[in-house]
Design a protein around this ligand. Structure first.
Ligand code: GDP
Ligand code: MG
Length: 148
């Protein structure tokens, strides 16, 4: 049955991303999407949406004991984001390479965070850190019928 096939197919070849509120505010969506497409990622699902406080607290629950948690939730809820599921061989690892280190000061030249992130907090883009989290995060934002 189709919904199960989608879950199986996701392993290894899909990742989840958000172009965060700062990237949308600054008008960087087009340039970032072009860089993602040029790197060989296919868009499986995509939308402009805004996270509620509960959404952000749930999405980033792993960081709830961190000192920056409140700041992170405030940042991620302050405006619209572009959420997307992307497909490519070795998607999770290759996308983390494309976006660069969490802190733009440490990010390699030419990476999305080096080009567009302002700080370790406001760092323009999210990328899943494992196949399992890519599946969970994609399902958090999209229904099966929104994935193509
Ligand atoms: P990522 O996987 O590279 O996004 O980094 P983490 O999972 O460690 O952190 C999640 C998000 O929390 C980051 O992308 C930042 O937006 C934010 N963040 C991480 N570390 C800090 C920090 O030291 N200060 C602040 N203000 N935000 C942070
Ligand atoms: Mg992370």
């Amino acid at each position: 049955f189709a919904p199960n096939l989608k879950i199986i197919k996701m392993s290894g070849i899909r990742t989840f991303t958000m172009l965060k509120p700062d990237a949308v505010e600054k008008g960087h969506v087009g340039a970032i999407l072009e860089q993602i497409a040029s790197a060989g990622f296919r868009i499986v699902a995509m939308k402009l949406t805004q996270m509620t406080q509960t959404d952000a607290e749930t999405f980033y629950a792993v960081h709830k004991e961190r000192p920056f948690f409140g700041e992170l939730v405030e940042y991620m809820t302050r405006g619209p984001i572009v959420a997307a599921i992307l497909e490519k061989e070795n998607a999770v690892e290759d996308f983390r390479t494309l976006i660069g280190a969490t802190n733009p000061e440490d990010a390699a030249e030419g990476t999305i965070r080096k080009l567009y992130a302002a700080s370790i907090g406001e760092n323009a883009v999210h990328g899943s850190d494992s196949d399992e989290n890519a599946q969970i995060e994609g399902a958090f934002h999209f229904a099966g019928r929104e994935m193509f």
